[in-house]
Design a protein around this ligand. Structure first.
Ligand SMILES: Nc1ncnc2c1ncn2[C@@H]1O[C@H](COP(=O)(O)OP(=O)(O)OP(=O)(O)O)[C@@H](O)[C@H]1O
Ligand SMILES: [Mg+2]
Length: 474
């Protein structure tokens, strides 16, 4: 069965019997449908090697390996190594009379350099700034996310062994090893991109690499407004609440833009406050000077030495932080983070994986329970209700765009229930001729409780921002 057929089958079988799809299923379905629509036509990029060029690349590489000790070149300074590779490739082409145009020769040098010094064929994709994600599903299926859309690229590895060579290069650069006994690893590339690698026997169809790239210039809140990810009213409100130290939880699905939103919001933390960031794999790019960045440590090969986010949050509390930022709460650190928020570390920011603000609170509750804290549910909810002030929901829509779809304020408790009121929302209004989702960012009319606190701090927000007639069409 072809990939498209398999995906369509998966789509059908994920429907529930009563025709209603749960939010989770809906999101998965949308991804699958997008994926199956785009997957059939690999993106043709004429700059990639033609079959003719591929053949000669093999020949040149073979001769190169015969002629020189590649490990020696790998040890040279990068510029020196490049010069040597260029000279060697040129002399091989000349000595063997390979019929290659000037253009092909230049490409050949570049591709061979990628092979010896870089990430092999992935390097070609890395050069395209529009590509935000690279996903290798076994040697011959390399998908990309370009301008928000998933596509099959026309780039392949020669075989699994080739992919494994590049994987070794990626993980060894960060001092890790990957083999059958430890078949998963996280790493970071030189440009800051986040990489996850998982290989057989855990990955059933060959080595899998997932590279999350970040724009060289991180998205700011203003650029996000320009790109219609949120309205100016929402942005102004968020800037103000970050500034005065409200605790904010950003919620969203995988790849929905949580980290990007966290990064953009943290820009409004005043310069004179001490910030401690805690992440599993450091991605945040805060610009403030008074910043301490902490990163967890995975266990070593013997399974020892792990330092978890929880330990780092506890340590951070002893570092006189004004603000604690946890990249994503996903474990036992959640309770510590809530306690920190409740005990004077106002203005803390974090993200969590959920599809609505309400789900985000449920997720936090579950994380606390999973952390082994045996507190009555009401007590946990009371902690959450007083710790978190705002939940910001981000979403990756099926047209590939990222939108801030809700900003909700936590009001408090009513009985055992946390009450919250939505201040802003994104309402869908259809699809345009380019299949782009149309809609409006809309204030609900609810006024935030912090209006007075803002005034006291000299921030006067225009009440029009909260007027439901003040829709912004996108
Ligand atoms: N508002 C936006 N406009 C355009 N691109 C965006 C926007 N927000 C995020 N992106 C891009 O989407 C990709 C995913 O973003 P990000 O890493 O912030 O998501 P995430 O929710 O943190 O993902 P994960 O669940 O994997 O941690 C990145 O390439 C990022 O540059
Ligand atoms: Mg993230």
């Amino acid at each position: 069965m072809g990939l498209r057929a398999r995906l369509l089958k998966a789509t059908q079988s994920s429907a529930t019997t009563d025709d209603e799809l749960s939010i989770d299923n809906q999101e998965i379905m949308e991804e699958i449908i997008n994926f199956s629509m785009d997957e059939e036509e690999p993106v043709q990029n004429s700059e990639y090697l033609s079959d003719h060029e591929k053949k000669y690349r093999e020949e040149i590489l073979k001769k190169l390996f015969e002629a020189v000790d590649m490990s020696r070149i790998g040890k040279l300074d990068k510029e020196e190594a490049k010069t040597q590779i260029k000279q060697l490739v040129e002399s091989i082409i000349k000595d063997n009379d390979f019929p290659l145009s000037m253009d092909s020769r230049l490409k050949m040098t570049q591709f061979i350099e990628d092979e010896i010094l870089g990430l092999g064929p992935l390097e070609f994709l890395m050069r395209d700034p529009q590509i935000s994600e690279i996903m290798v599903n076994g040697a011959s299926h390399i998908f990309i996310e370009k301008s928000g859309k998933l596509q099959l690229s026309n780039v392949v590895f020669d075989n699994d062994a080739h992919a494994m060579r590049i994987i070794d290069r990626i993980v060894s650069r960060v001092g890790r090893r990957i083999d059958e006994s430890s078949p998963m690893a996280d790493a970071r590339l030189e440009d800051g991109s986040r990489v996850n690698v998982i290989i057989p026997p855990l990955a059933l169809d060959g080595p899998v690499i997932t590279i999350r790239r970040f724009p060289a210039d991180p998205l700011t809140l203003n650029i996000m407004v320009e790109k219609n990810a949120l309205s100016i009213g929402m942005a102004t409100f968020l800037k103000a609440v970050v500034k005065i130290g409200k605790n904010i939880l950003i919620s969203g699905g995988t790849g929905s833009g949580k980290t990007t939103a966290l990064n953009a919001l943290s820009a409004f933390i005043p310069e004179d406050e001490r910030i401690v960031t805690i992440e599993d794999a450091a991605e945040l790019q805060l610009q403030q000077e008074h910043l301490v960045r902490l990163e967890t440590r995975p266990p070593n090969i013997e399974g020892n030495g792990e330092i978890s986010q929880r330990e780092l949050v506890k340590n951070a509390l002893r570092m006189r932080p004004d603000r604690i930022i946890v990249g994503e709460v996903r474990g036992a650190e959640t309770m510590d983070m809530l306690q920190a928020m409740n005990t004077g570390h106002d203005g803390s920011l974090t993200t969590t994986h959920a599809n609505t603000p309400r789900d985000a609170l449920a997720r936090i509750e579950n994380l606390v329970a999973m952390g082994g804290f045996e507190l009555p549910i009401k007590a946990v909810r009371a902690q959450i209700a007083s710790a978190i002030h705002y939940v910001v929901q981000v979403q990756r829509l099926e047209d590939g765009s990222r939108r801030m779809t809700s900003i909700a304020e936590i009001n408090g408790m009513e009985g055992e229930i946390i009450t919250m009121s939505e201040l802003f929302l994104f309402e869908r209004r259809g699809i345009d001729q380019n299949n782009k989702i149309k809609g409006v960012f809309k204030p609900t009319g609810a006024m935030p409780a912090c209006i007075d606190a803002l005034k006291r701090r000299g921030i006067e927000l225009d009440v029009d921002f909260f007027d439901p007639d003040n829709e912004v069409e996108v």
